[in-house]
Design a protein around this ligand. Sequence first.
Ligand code: NZQ
Ligand code: ZN
Length: 390
Amino acid sequence: MLNFNFYNPTQIVFGQGQLSQLDSLVPKNAKVLITYGGGSVVRNGVLAQVKAELAKSARSVSEFGGIESNPKFATAMQAVERVRAEQIDFLLAVGGGSVMDATKFIALAAANADYQGQEEQLLIHGFNPVPVNNAIALGTVATLPATGSEMNCFAVISRGEDKLPVYSPLTFPKFSILDPELTYTLPAIQVANGVVDAFVHVVEQYVTYPTGAHFQDRTAEGILQTLLEIGKTTVDEPSNYAARSNLVWSATMALNGLIGSGVPHDWSVHMLGHELTALFGVDHAQSLAVVLPSMWRVRREPKREKLLQYAERVWGITEGGDEARIDAAIANTEAFFNSLGIATRLSAHGIDQQGVERVLQALEKHGMVALSERGDVTLEVSRQVLEMAL
Ligand code: NZQ
Ligand code: ZN
């Protein structure tokens, strides 16, 4: 097992009706800004419930809506102005990964006066923490199980054609309320996206190379098997609580640092996927579903041992030679994504060879030229992966 430093201070309040805990979780004298997205929480009544809970104490509450999917720097900056003008001291994100991510950025930008006027500089640190000492406290009411943003400190912010990671240990939510019933109004495709995003988060931390991390491997396999067990049901039966509650907790556990401690990480599928989203607007999870099968086919050698372990322990494939078992595991994965209504080819998104060239240029521009757990995903390897996915 590799050395690690695991820190996760987020309090999780899970289950039916748990929005009723909100009044006790947000400081009574806080000046709160509720952040939300394009209006789903207005239409399904979640925003009204949140406001009713916050009104149980005499705190000041205002709202900022309109955060788009793949949240934009410019939109987040409008909220930063509000935070400064109203001297907000608590941010409450009510929504999916995009709202939670934007809120983390708002928390950083609004609390660090030395970045005022040059807040885009917060976005240049990539996979290093932003060098700041302050962030406004934030909590979340998560309405979409997918990204794990409700229990990690990461955010992804879009600026022009750049999709930029940003994080700080200061942007862990203080708490997240995970009530699976608040996700029942999700369109089926967003639920399918959530299953796929969580699945790929796990394999980016698991299908690498063995380090003897038995607990992490068995836990990763447990999450993957849970997603296989409940994935189709939770897409087809939105108000099946048993299935949905397992999706919600699996998605959170997939990216809260636990299974990623002490093991190598890949993330090359995410980095190629982010360019597909930035350039062509492909939903985050759908970009991953396109890249993952080809990435495994191209990189079967460096991932051989873990792919064989994945085949046996997650899919129960024990018959046939090594190559046949790896092929079957990749085919099963692809079939699982397809069974949820998620495509695994670039052509399904209208992306052709010219599009591949644009992705490669973007990867080069962003310095994404030595990706993966071994740093061996060069632009040439990315080209093979993308061309195989056409
Ligand atoms: O905007 P509204 O109107 O709220 O509608 C949203 C949006 O259209 C809708 N929605 C959310 N909850 C709903 C609902 N509709 C009905 N009922 C509900 N209960 O769903 C749509 C998608 O929402 P969004 O937040 O964009 O999706 P998701 O949660 O998949 O987040 C995607 C973003 O997260 C980033 C992605 O790059 C992308 O920008 N990621 C963040 C990560 C992290 N923080 O650790 C890791 C991920 O790998 C990912 O990169
Ligand atoms: Zn993801």
